[in-house]
Design a protein around this ligand. Sequence first.
Ligand code: DP6
Length: 330
Amino acid sequence: MSFSNFKVQAPSNIALIKYWGKKENQIPQNPSLSMTLSKSVTINDFKVKSGHGELDFSFNEKVSNQFSSKIENLFLMLKKKYPILNEYHFTVQSMNTFPHSSGIASSASSMAAFSYGILSFLNQLKVLSTDVLVETSYFARLGSGSACRSVYGPFVEWGITSNDYAKTVLNHTSLNQLRDSIFIVSDQPKKISSSKGHQLMNTNPFAKVRYERANHKVIKVAELLKTGDWETLGPMIEAEALELHGLMLMGDSPFFLIEPETIKLINYIQNYREKTKAQIYFTLDAGPNVHLLYPQTFDQEVKEISKLFLSEGWIKSVIHDHAGDGVKYL
Ligand code: DP6
């Protein structure tokens, strides 16, 4: 007998100040701040019946996938804290609205969606002692650090208020619909996983100064989001993206994730801004794809730029997204 059927969704997010380096138990070395996306989401279809704590998880109808072991670990942690889960059998079908390996952080949306599904179910059973979203953010973090920020929107910090869970930061209304157009330079799997990148920070000789800088930057960015001063924020976001990639180059086992087309696009955007004064800035994740961030008044300009890059074959595709809310019960 089916007990409960429901669907939840969780968005991906793009960090403006990056989480790079962590301690035991997914505690970040520095605070981070991100913008939650709107169209790039994971949807989880939950079917719950009586059982003995089983989980059948499939992604795009495949039983084994890149996330199965992370999801299984997360489920074990949830069962440890909430033993009542051992009385049910969960079947979860997961899918993303964005292409696999598109460079969009799918572990963030996946871990947030799964945590939210289980915790909304527990909330219905009235066994939660804390707020469902705070608990979702806490467990999403245990699945993947950046996932804790995907619970809320449109702008979210992790590590200012607490290292355990994320919290929304205030923003000026002019930034409610801030755009993120993701120029996909490569759809190949990353050369170095984020987990490996975090680990390499443990021996990075610049780690201490990096963590101090990130602490200052995150406060400054939170202030600027409040006043909506995009012309001051933009250059800070660009510098932060390059600092992240600089850290990768300056470690004991250096590596770089950017491709020639990444640099081409960065140069193009900086020249374009210089010429036209269009307030379009870039950021990068731990990969070669370029996120263009800009207020909606520059939609047309970015469409033209994407047309050029696509027609020249410099990029594979573009995803036009914008700031949005966090997890949703569908
Ligand atoms: C560069 O959250 O993917 O995107 O905690 O090991 O799962 P794990 O790492 P993850 O790292 C994200 C790194 C980043 C910066 C960021 O999103 O803040």
